[in-house]
Design a binder for this molecule. Structure first.
Ligand code: NDP
Length: 281
């Protein structure tokens, strides 16, 4: 519905997760809606574990049109979706839901494309033929591997504290490009052009136990985590000579923009929204 129809109730969207109070998604989608003249509301809904299916059904009954799904429900949403778009199927996690014309619940995952767009469009990084190191083998790492491999890097190394999980993840994507898995201790002799931190270490202000020798010349370090202050990984990268060190706020806005596009068919202009969030973080 466009602004011309403001007499009608706004279309409804929401993010579901737990905890959810900290979510920036309502702010981001409200800025997108204002910019693109869309008549919609976007709220944050806290869902108790085990109640996602009920919460989705109630939201739909109340006229809801689309949802974002965040921690800890992305895998649950993957199981609940009746149709999975290919990138979500492979990621094993869903962060965006919408209903098709036939009423079926469609699941998608926009995290990976969000990361790639922030890197390539906002930060002007070239990924083709680059050596990429992905730290972590959890849900976020799994979601970004497919879109990273689609940029045709020289290779993707997945390294994780629990090395077997990294090897398992690499096996899962081995048909999609040059990828291998290892522990952190196997990195000492390698150099990378792009190092992506997809671990949860930053939540405890920690940096994964990686050697500084892996930072190649002109290396870009990217932390999926974001905060009002430089994250532990961003500080680590700056202290050890990375050419560029960025947190994941841009990815957050870009994944939201892709969800908005799936729901509304319009692409918001993201840099002003990233800047607005950055100034108010
Ligand atoms: P998971 O819980 O699924 O995975 C956690 C990962 O972090 C595992 O690989 C785990 O290793 C590793 N890890 C945890 N603590 C440490 C530590 N102290 N040292 C080294 N490795 C550690 O989390 P997610 O994958 O869902 O999320 C990871 C991060 O990505 C979070 O900070 C999250 O906020 C962020 N994120 C950001 C997004 C954005 O839009 N910017 C989108 C999605 C996620 P092990 O297997 O050995 O336990």
């Amino acid at each position: 519905m466009s602004m011309a129809d403001t007499a009608a109730p706004p279309d409804r969207y929401a993010v579901m997760g737990n905890p959810i109070d900290h979510s920036k998604s309502p702010q981001i989608h409200t800025l997108f809606a204002r910019q693109t003249h869309q008549h919609l509301v976007y709220e944050a809904i806290r869902v108790e574990p085990g109640h996602l299916a009920t919460a989705i059904a109630l939201f739909r009954q109340a006229g809801g049109q689309g949802l974002n799904i965040t921690v800890p429900f992305k895998q649950d949403a993957w199981r609940l979706a009746e149709v999975l778009n290919p990138r979500a199927e492979r990621a094993g996690a869903v962060n965006t839901l919408l209903w098709g014309n036939d009423g079926r619940l469609i699941g998608d995952n926009t995290d990976g494309i969000g990361l790639v767009r922030d890197l390539t469009q906002n930060l002007q990084q070239v990924l083709t033929d680059r050596r990429i190191l992905l730290l972590g083998a959890g849900g976020a790492a799994r979601g970004v591997i497919g879109p990273l491999l689609e940029t045709h890097p020289a290779g993707v190394r997945v390294a994780n504290r629990t090395a077997d999980k990294a090897r398992e993840l690499a096996r899962l994507f081995e048909d999609a490009g040059n990828i291998e898995g290892s522990g952190f201790e196997d990195l000492a002799d390698s150099r990378f052009d792009l190092i992506i931190n997809a671990t949860a270490a930053g939540l405890d202000s920690e940096v994964p136990a990686i050697p500084t020798s892996i930072i190649g010349e002109h290396c870009c370090c990217y932390d999926l985590m974001y905060a009002s202050q430089p994250t532990a990984f961003v500080q680590w990268a700056r202290n050890h000579g990375a050419a560029l060190a960025m947190d994941g706020l841009g990815m957050l806005v870009e994944q939201a923009a892709e969800s908005f596009y799936l729901w509304r068919g319009l692409r918001p202009d993201t840099p002003p929204v990233i800047a607005a969030l950055r100034s108010g973080l």
